[in-house]
Ligand binder design. Structure first.
Ligand SMILES: Nc1ncnc2c1ncn2[C@@H]1O[C@H](COP(=O)(O)OP(=O)(O)O)[C@@H](O)[C@H]1O
Ligand SMILES: [Mg+2]
Length: 261
């Protein structure tokens, strides 16, 4: 069967060659475990194959993603990016609701400057609706201009979108509708989700067709990193947690070894 490479050889080996195309997958793990880096590997693999790829940045501003990725020697130039990192406008006293807005803006990574700024100045509330609307519009523009679709989408992260972008509405229903929209795009999609604890199942993780989990533990003053496949519908996979290294070349999986935590 046709598989989509994650851009990381050792990870492809764990899932028998790659992801089953046109489905959403969850990337889970604690902060600093390598979720964004994995997303960049995945998008860069698309760029290498001359595909159209897009990242929705909600966690980390594009200029910072670009700066960090350059340290890995990646040239992110052709990656399309939707800058949806929320700017907090104010708190309502006694309320959990944060009033957030942002400059929702599309550019390619090539046009992302060192300092965050925007050309179009479309200040909007960050919501699952506004992000979905921008993404749909951009996908339609791409299709009109080239007759092509996005083949790879990374949403980094759903956790941020949930925190800032859902004001009292039923989160579960909104996430379900967003996942349906993603499925309609017919792209292979990675949805980043920060897991508070390993067994906590967020809606996006439940609805995803697979879950790749990144591990980060401390042991005797050392940080240990690992990767495991928690589920993968329609495919056999390596059930061992494998150690990973993050170096100046990105993520490398140590396939023959076992993660010791
Ligand atoms: N150029 C680099 N060389 C080595 N390690 C790096 C480099 N850039 C980032 N890292 C490490 O990779 C970790 C993972 O980063 P990131 O992918 O942003 O994690 P997450 O998105 O899960 O928070 C960072 O905390 C850092 O320790
Ligand atoms: Mg990140």
């Amino acid at each position: 069967m046709n598989r989509v490479s994650t851009g990381i050889k050792g990870l492809d080996d764990m899932i028998r060659g790659g992801l089953i195309p046109k489905r959403p997958y969850a990337i889970t793990g604690p902060p600093g475990s390598g979720k964004t880096t994995l997303g960049i590997h995945f998008l860069m693999e698309g760029i290498r194959n001359e595909e159209n790829v897009v990242m929705v940045a909600l966690d980390e501003p594009p200029n910072e993603i670009k700066f960090n990725a350059q340290a890995f020697g990646f040239d992110l130039g052709d990656i399309k990016i939707l800058d949806a990192v929320p700017d907090i406008k104010g708190y309502r006293r006694g309320s959990l609701i944060k009033d957030v807005g942002t400059i929702l803006d599309f550019h390619t990574m090539r046009d992302v400057r060192d300092i965050r700024m925007s050309r179009s100045l479309r200040i909007m509330d960050v919501s699952i609706h506004s992000v979905q609307k921008m993404l749909r519009q951009d996908a339609e523009d791409l299709y009109e201009a080239t007759g092509e679709k996005y083949s790879r989408v990374v949403v980094d992260s759903m956790t941020a979108l949930k925190m800032f972008g859902m004001k009292g509405e039923d989160q579960r229903i909104l996430i379900q509708s967003f996942m349906r929209f993603i499925a309609e795009m017919e792209a292979t999609c990675l949805i980043v989700s920060q897991t508070p604890e390993p067994d906590h199942l967020d809606t996006e993780v439940l609805l995803a067709r697979g879950e790749i989990r990144l591990h980060k533990t401390k042991n005797r003053g050392m940080i240990n990193r690992g990767v495991s496949i928690e589920k993968l519908r329609g495919s056999d996979f390596d059930e061992t947690i494998r150690p990973i290294k993050i170096t100046s070349k990105g993520i490398k999986v140590q396939n023959g070894e076992t993660f010791n935590g």
